[in-house]
Design a protein around this ligand. Structure first.
Ligand SMILES: [Zn+2]
Length: 448
């Protein structure tokens, strides 16, 4: 099933409608207005950020009856032809399926001929990094001396795979992924135009799941709208439809870890799994959750922009329960566990062990954090003791210098590290301990 209808319907038809890429559209508008359009552009950026849309707008602006203009009229014949994708002279090529030397040779032949319908020929080559080396060489020759009636717009999601020789022949623009706030604004506009009733929180879940892509966000909105009834769509519904993990579940799991309470870890996982959450999804989403927690600690303003003020505050509150270093460690550990998912027959066990390990390590890391200040203080005190010593001996001996450089180790307790393998190897002992100490937990463990 294709979910592209909304994206097509709401595709930007003017440069001002292209959202979140003002740094690109402003420059292009100036070039179009002053007649200084480059003959080759390279548009770089993730999928669904508006590269092809912008390329088509250039084609329209160049060929519009009102040209030279930075604002295609969308009413004249050329504009309509290009919008509907039936102009003979605006040629879109998918480099993924036309990557060979012969394809580009053919293109070089065609390029020589004058346009048939429009004033200019525009070649839009998508995913240009897919071209073979020979094809790139052939293309380079055309780019070196483009005929005056031809414009090239190359688009790629992987700019580093485009040869430097090609890049240097093009004017390059980098398209940005949209922020959650950008996407929400657009989703709100489309939802109200389409009469889709949906809560703000639900829009947020969609915007987040779209991962910065305009196209994806609209496809998701469409999927959600197709499944729901006339009532306002809630965040829970969106989560259920998209199969994503609800935020409360992630907060609960992270809380269980942060509270250093292994029992709580088991109970929370048991509750979530019995509610129908998949351990695999929980594991993956929790990795993202810890990354988000880290973001709120590292760059709060950015987090507010991304999550909105309320959620950002909620993230910060949770993040502050553990040492910042632990957040990084947790995100890394979960990412490693995520890569083990495909080898693991029991995803629930993997989730439990990973979180247990983290719950134990919060303490280990916490102690490390607490003991750090005394060590720093000792180092600071050391230089102040120096002047007195220098009266007797002008320079400290090598031994003394070494002693000063070395922070006292005795106060720092060794880190408490438990590898997943170690826990797995002694799982029967863990079970036994739980059996002896917790009657309520043991039945849960028996199922693993
Ligand atoms: Zn026009």
């Amino acid at each position: 099933m294709s979910y592209l209808a909304l994206y097509r319907k709401y595709r930007s038809q003017t440069f001002d409608e292209v959202m979140g890429q003002r740094h690109v559209t402003q420059t292009l508008k100036n070039a179009l207005r002053t007649g200084k359009v480059a003959h080759a552009y390279l548009f770089c950026g993730p999928r669904g950020t508006g590269k092809t849309t912008t390329a088509r707008l250039i084609a329209k602006a160049l060929n519009c009856d009102a040209a030279p203009t930075d604002n295609p009229c969308n009413k004249c014949e050329p504009c309509i032809r290009i919008t509907e994708g039936r102009s003979m002279d605006v040629i879109e090529i998918d480099a993924a399926s036309n990557r060979g030397i012969d394809d580009i040779k053919e293109l070089r032949e065609q390029v020589r001929y004058a346009p048939t319908q429009e004033r200019y020929k525009c070649y839009i080559i998508d995913e240009v990094h897919q071209l073979s080396a020979d094809a790139f060489n052939a293309l380079l020759k055309t780019l070196e001396e483009p005929p005056p009636h031809v414009y090239f717009i190359l688009a790629t999601t992987e700019a580093h795979r485009v040869p430097k020789t090609i890049v240097s022949r093009c004017q390059r623009f980098d398209f940005r992924t949209a922020t959650v706030q950008d996407l929400m604004q657009n989703l709100r506009r489309v939802a109200s135009a389409e009469g889709i009733k949906i809560s703000e929180e639900a829009l947020w879940v969609i915007a987040r799941a779209a991962n910065g892509g305009w196209r994806d966000s609209l496809s998701l909105l469409e999927q959600v709208a197709a499944y729901s009834s006339d009532e306002e769509i809630s965040a829970q519904e969106v989560n259920a439809i998209l199969g994503s993990v609800e935020l409360p579940a992630l907060f609960a799991l992270a809380d269980a870890v942060a509270s250093r309470n292994p029992g709580e870890v088991f109970l929370t996982i048991d509750r979530l799994v019995s509610e129908g959450k998949e351990p695999r999804r929980l594991l993956t989403a929790l990795g993202g959750h810890f990354r988000d927690l880290m973001l709120t600690i590292a760059a709060y303003e950015h987090a507010v922009e991304r999550f909105g003020p309320e959620l950002a505050a909620q993230y910060r509150e949770q993040a502050q329960k553990v040492p910042p270093k632990f957040l990084l460690h947790a995100a890394e550990t979960l990412q490693t566990a995520e890569s083990q998912l495909k080898w693991s027959a029991d995803h629930r066990l993997l989730l439990e062990l990973t979180l247990l390990k983290l719950a134990y390590e919060v303490d280990g890391r916490g102690q490390e954090q607490q003991t750090a200040p005394p060590a720093v203080r000792t180092q600071q005190e050391a230089p102040s003791a120096k002047p007195a010593a220098s009266k007797i001996e002008p320079r400290p001996s090598v031994e003394q210098t070494k002693a000063l450089e070395k922070p006292p180790q005795t106060t720092v307790r060794p880190q408490q590290r438990i590898s997943l393998e170690a826990v797995l190897a002694r799982w029967h002992e863990v079970r036994e301990l739980v059996r002896q100490n917790s009657k309520s937990l043991y039945p849960l463990l028996e199922r693993t």
